[in-house]
Design a protein around this ligand. Structure first.
Ligand code: MG
Length: 378
């Protein structure tokens, strides 16, 4: 397949702080293990993906979503004969920079930072976690990950040009990341589009016929399932169709990537970097299905009234707690209170809140702002 484009682990630009090699794990395998053992990774369990817990015990959280992305990304890397360890490390790390309350949290923090001419970006935050905030090693701050993993963390969802951010300038601006990193964003897209359909169906927000109306390829699959399993329950038919939809999207991604790689003439990983566009891509048909799913989920799920009230409440609370700590940085725990004396307080407050789980955020909010009993999100 694309073994010629695999990023060779022995060509890594290495770690910031040199370390002796491990006897039987290569650099990318160690990076993957370091991500799994980080605190930021464990916190994913208590961070919302899309649906806040309460209505069901079966909704994805950011950890189970991450595991689904890793599973899809590993399959892709394996079939395409790319480096599965690098791909897995990046998939496991791809959401560790997410604040509490999913995109509502990100939007709220970004809104607060914009008042200071800055922004909150979860990929940049993830880089700072693995570079500085994780304190587990006596020899260095952070996880001391290989260059390509750090590069993939900041580049997995978009490329950037030189001068965009001083933090990013060390990560080959203007160049594409290795193909392994390029797989993460479309693998994430397959995972969340299909998982959000599943969770929205479980929440009773949608039925299969709604998806059929909006997404032609889903309609074909669902009709075939009805013919094939006439006695199946609605639930069984929905899950049969959902599994086939994942398969169709993953297969479309494999085929699209192979086609793009062949058309590019790329003969090695350096050519992947130099190519003007990313090579990891869906076939046109699978890409259209993915976009149709996104449009459907946006109108019927993400922007629905059911999710809207939680979202507005979460955003308002994050803004409120941000402003509280900004006005009273001495109420921050150590070492943040000390940092707020030495660095811009808005940056310290943003980092503190961004690291919180949903539950820790609510406890802190209650402690600082709402002595009266505060209801958890429904
Ligand atoms: Mg994700």
């Amino acid at each position: 397949m694309l073994a010629r484009l695999r990023f060779p682990v022995d060509r890594s630009r290495g770690r910031r702080y040199p370390e002796p090699e491990h006897p039987y794990r290569n650099a990318f395998q160690r990076d993957r293990d370091r991500v799994v053992h980080s605190r930021a990774f464990r916190r994913l369990e208590a961070k919302t993906q899309v649906f806040t817990p309460g209505l069901s015990d079966h909704f994805r959280n950011r950890l189970t979503h991450t595991i689904e992305v890793a599973q899809i990304a590993r399959t892709l890397a394996n079939v395409l004969q790319l480096d599965e360890d690098l791909t897995e490390a990046l998939a496991l790390a791809h959401d560790i920079g997410h604040p509490p309350f999913a995109h509502a949290g990100e939007e709220a923090l970004n809104g607060e930072m914009e008042r200071f001419g800055e922004r909150f970006d979860h990929n940049l935050h993830a880089l700072r976690i693995v570079e500085s905030f994780e304190l587990r090693y006596a020899r260095f701050p952070g996880l001391n990950l290989s260059f390509e993993v750090r590069e993939g963390i900041v580049k997995h969802s978009h490329d950037f040009a030189a001068g965009e951010s001083p933090l990013l300038d060390a990560y080959l601006p203007g160049w594409r990341p290795p193909l392994e990193a390029q797989l993460i964003d479309p693998a994430d897209e397959v995972a969340y589009n299909t998982a959000d359909l599943d969770d929205a169906w479980s929440a009773g927000l949608i039925v299969a016929e709604d998806v059929s109306e909006a997404v032609p390829q889903y309609r074909e699959i669902h009709q075939a399932v009805e013919t094939q399993f006439p006695g199946a329950t609605e639930r069984e038919r929905f899950y049969e169709a959902l599994r086939q939809l994942i398969d169709l999207l993953v297969s479309g991604l494999i085929e699209g990537t192979v086609t793009a790689a062949e058309a590019s003439g790329a003969a090695g990983f350096e050519d992947v970097r130099a190519h003007p566009a990313r090579l990891a891509q869906f076939t046109p048909e699978a890409g259209e299905t993915s976009r149709a799913l996104k449009r459907f989920l946006y109108t019927r799920v993400y922007a629905s009234d059911a999710l809207g009230s939680d979202r507005r409440l979460s955003m308002a609370r994050i803004a409120e707690l941000f402003r509280f700590f900004l006005a009273s940085p001495e109420r921050l725990p150590q070492p943040y209170a000390q940092q707020a004396l030495e660095a811009p307080a808005h940056r310290v407050v943003c980092d503190y809140i961004a690291g919180m789980t949903d539950a820790f955020f609510l406890r802190t909010y209650e402690l600082m702002l709402s002595p009266a009993a505060i209801r958890p999100l429904s």
